[in-house]
Design a protein around this ligand. Sequence first.
Ligand code: NCD
Length: 330
Amino acid sequence: MNTQNTADYPTFPEGGDAFRHANLLGIEGLQPWEILYLLKEAEQWVAMNRQSTKHDDRLAGLTVINAFFENSTRTLLSFEIAGKRLGADVVNMHAAQSSIKKGETLIDTAVTLNAMRADAIVIRHGSSGAVQLIADKVDCPVLNAGDGQHEHPTQALLDALTIKQRLGRISGLTVTICGDILHSRVARSNIICLATLGAKVRVAGPPALLPDGIEVLSAEVFTDFDAALDGADVVMMLRLQNERMSGQFIPSPREYHRLYGLTQERLAKAAPDALVMHPGPMNRGVEIDSDVADNMARSAITEQVEMGVAMRMACLDVLTRRARKMEGWS
Ligand code: NCD
C-alpha cells in the first residue's frame, strides 16, 4: 500500500486553513480541495497507526463526546480510538443508558452536552437532520457519524482514502455501488464524495431500493447488476437496511442474492484487479459471498476499518484547530 502519494494533492493554503467549516455534517457542499485536504491530513495518521507507539498529544486537555443514538461497532470504536490516539479525553454516551429513554428531547440532550463544555461532539442518530439540529445548539464542532438515511461523511472519506491508498487515484475510476441505495447514508455520502473527486459513479439495486431522483447526485443508475459491473474499478457492496424498511422491498434474501449478490463469478465482469469494498456490517451470503469478502488480493474491507481510525483522527484534529488556536495552542 502506498502512503507516500502526497504529490497527487493540490497546494493548500498555509496555516492549516484549507478546511474552513465549523462542523462536519455531510460531504454535500464540500469543495474537492477540502476533501483532498482531509485525505492528505489522514495519511500521516495511517503511517503513525502502523508504528508500535501510536500517540500524539495535540488534543491533550480536550474532551470529545461520542453520542450514539443508534447501534455501532466500527464507527464508535474508531472515533474513540482516534480521539485517544490524539490525547483527548473521550467519553461515550450510549442512548440506551441515557435520559433519552426517560423522554428527554434531543435539544435538551444537546444543551446538556454543551454545558459539560465538550470540545467536539460526534453524533449518530436515526433521524436525518438530527445532527444539524444539535450542531445549531452547541458551541463546539459537531461531527456526523451517520444521521438516518442522510449522510455518513467520515465513512465516505475513509472509503476515498482506502481507494486512493490501494489504486493511487480516484479521478477517472469507475465505482459501482450496489445494494439498498434508498436507505443508505453511506451510498449518498459516497456518491457525492466520489463524484466530487472526479470518479464515474454507478449505482445498482432493485427498483424498489433506488430512490427517486437519484440521477441528480451524478450517478448512473442500473437495475441490472451485471451491466453495472462491466469494467468497474471498484465494487462497493451495501447491506440491506432492514431496520429502516417498512414493508417488503425484496422478494427473499435468496432471490436478492441471485440478482444482486457479489459472487466470484460476477466479480469477473468488473476490471481484472477491481477492488471490493463494504462498509460493514456484512451479511455474508446475502449481498456478498465469503470467498469474495475474504480474498485479500481484491477485498479492501479490513483496510477500510484501518483507514477509518486515521480519517477520524484527521477530522478531529482539523475541526478542533480553530479552538486550539484561540487558546494559543500550536
Ligand atoms: C453503516 C452505517 O451505519 O450507515 N455502517 C458503518 O458505519 N460502517 C452501514 C450499515 O449499517 O449498513
